[in-house]
Write a protein that binds this ligand. Sequence first.
Ligand SMILES: [Fe+2]
Ligand SMILES: [Fe+2]
Length: 510
Amino acid sequence: MNRRSPTILCVDDEQTIQSLLEFMLVPAGFKVVIACNGRQALEVLAGQPVDLVLSDVVMPEMDGFELCTTIKAKERLRNIPVVMLTGAKDKRDRIRGIEAGAEDFITKPFDRDEVLARIRMLLRVKELDDKLNYAYRHIARLTSYGEQMFNGFDPSTFVFMEKIDMMVDQIMRKLSSLDDSPEVVVVGVKEDDICRWYRYDMRAERVSRSDMLMNLHQKVAFTRSAFPEMSFYNEYDESSNVSDFVAELEKYLMPISNMVRYASDSFCIIAVNYERNVTSHYAEVLNHVVMQSLFLKSLAAQIKDTQSAFDYMVFALARASEANDEDTGAHVMRVGDFCAELAIRMDLDDGFVNMLRIQAALHDVGKIHVPSSILKKPGELSSEEWKLIQQHTIYGPMIIGGHSRMQMAASIAVSHHEHWDGSGYPYGLRGEQIPLEARIVCIADQYDALRNARAYKKAYDHATAVDIITRGDGRTLPWHFDPRVLKAFVEVADRLDEIYRVSVAAEQTF
Ligand SMILES: [Fe+2]
Ligand SMILES: [Fe+2]
């Protein structure tokens, strides 16, 4: 069902012709708008959608040729068919009309049936042309939209439904007054055999999504293979093989005059009630949405999976390095969590925080090369032994290597024993010569070391550990630490205690 009657703009300065055209066209189901000359016709075209122009040749102010030339020169109007009304013997007028871009000619006096047949034929061509343009414009817009999405793509913050919302918004929003958009869009997402349905409506120029309780048969709504399938429905089209599906859908939505559905085995998008009958061009637009959305979803899942495998391997290596030492694997995990708390308090960006949480775990990986007998030796170390232990900061970056994604871990491994006042090792760096990530690890590592019992010391409680870091005990001194990191440490100290307690309790459980 076409809800909008085609609008014919009749341009003639003679009132009898105007009335005659109206008399022929209105009963045939057309909406007629009258203009007395070319200039008036252009005003009408600027203000409302018109499907076809019927124009006289000779008129005051602006004649039919100039009107036709102007219409064909404007991008927005060019696909409106122009039919010129000429006299039977005006061969020259016809040639000028062809040159001006007119699609057809009707000879005066008019034959009603001929006029209607020609108009209907031209409207059919225009409709196909409009639909092709609709698909082209939407696909072009969705492509550039997709490009933006790819450029800003961050798998860690990717939310599938947010992307679907944006895509549906692009489909429902009209690009121009001539455009056709669906009244309602329904999206189905199937995960683990559970299907969720969402309904999108255009309300006050905004597309809004609401949950929808719908019990559509999944076999009908989705496909059995991942390869998407499309179907159409136009009311009065008796050959449609999806009438049953539409009848089912009507129970949940509204009377449906047309529908396009594009579905894969896990995603389904249904657009209903376009103003005109739907064709494959409309389905192409939906296909684009389905493809882009599913691709991004699968890409996000794969990247997250790879990232978690990568993190897992980093922790595995970190735990392996602790096997030689008194610390358990939980120490390296805690240091990562402490560092993240400190970095968040220091307002560092999310990417830095996430990377620090994982890569801080490798700070002591160089200890793999230090004999266990020295690492676990109770009592005083000889200066030779102490030098060997210090070497773990040199071995660390050698083990980690030069991969660009591991740069932070390498910088932490070499610099986490440097002190803000220059008294640390291996290079005696001071102040901001020490990378920020290493300054953060330095304090987190110290706090955890103080909380744990070592061969040469007992475990301290939280208050004592904080006291030693902030006031010093002769061995640890507050000026070893970056004052900014130290300030953040004092502010989040209670939170670090909480993380420590949870971690120790979990260790005891296993
Ligand atoms: Fe260390
Ligand atoms: Fe450590």
